[in-house]
Design a binder for this molecule. Structure first.
Ligand code: AMP
Length: 216
């Protein structure tokens, strides 16, 4: 089953995608993670997008569609979770074409609804394990042993360069201008389901599982 997790920055898409990977053998396709990996490895593309990402703006459709296209050719396991993609109507159209070309289809789009105040709180304080990508929060989810990742035992925590208030404001504006029209787009296609992203992590996971059960 191929699904999209749709929602503003900080809605918890990455956290829920990782759960689905563990529980359902799905494959997470996060364009944000792919772009961050390209930056770290210093590829030409990585260098090109670094400043755009830090400012909180969207990188070009061409770049992210290319990244997704490469991944779709590979194994889909229990299905793909599109996390942070598509973010524009052009990307949504391209995804539809790419899926059709590879004989795949989109089962559902799960919108994670969260209010803006909660997003600011969630994002300031967020940090991740540099080795396995587990997501933590200074107030709501600290590692069991201070400084050590619960999942992989590494001691390499990182804050994202774009997780600051100024960048977040731009990211939210980008979301409302360019990404939120996708809610109507997928609603019109009969694919949209909405969950309350302000519920607890387990609560949101249960809502997502219920949404996926409807389309099995
Ligand atoms: P994320 O980790 O999904 O919050 O993405 C971090 C940053 O990567 C975004 O603020 C954008 O600059 C860029 N990015 C990630 N996915 C996309 C996308 N689908 N389209 C355009 N830019 C993206």
């Amino acid at each position: 089953m191929n699904i999209i997790l749709l929602g503003p920055p900080g809605a918890g898409k990455g956290t829920q995608a990782r759960r689905l990977v563990d529980e359902r053998n799905m494959i997470q396709l996060s364009t944000g993670d792919m772009l961050r990996a390209a930056r770290i490895s210093g590829t030409t593309m990585g260098k090109k997008v670094a400043a755009i990402m830090d400012a909180g703006e969207l990188v070009t459709d061409e770049i992210v569609i290319g990244l997704i296209e490469e991944q779709l050719a590979g194994d889909s396991g229990g299905g793909f979770i599109f996390d942070g993609f598509p973010r524009t109507l052009a990307q949504a159209d391209a995804l539809g074409e790419l899926l059709a070309k590879t004989g795949k289809k989109l089962a559902t789009v799960v919108e994670m609804a969260v209010d803006d105040d909660a997003l600011v709180k969630r994002i300031s304080g967020r940090f991740t394990c540099g080795k396995c990508g587990e997501v933590y929060h200074e107030e709501t989810k600290r590692p069991a042993t201070e400084g050590v990742c619960d999942q992989c035992g590494a001691s390499d925590f990182r804050f994202r360069a774009d997780d600051n208030e100024e960048s977040l404001r731009v990211r939210l504006l980008e979301y409302y201008k360019k990404t939120s029209p996708l809610i109507g787009y997928y609603y019109a296609k009969g694919l949209l389901q909405t969950v309350d992203g302000l519920d607890s992590m387990d609560g949101v996971a249960a809502q997502i599982n219920a949404a996926l059960a409807k389309v099995k």
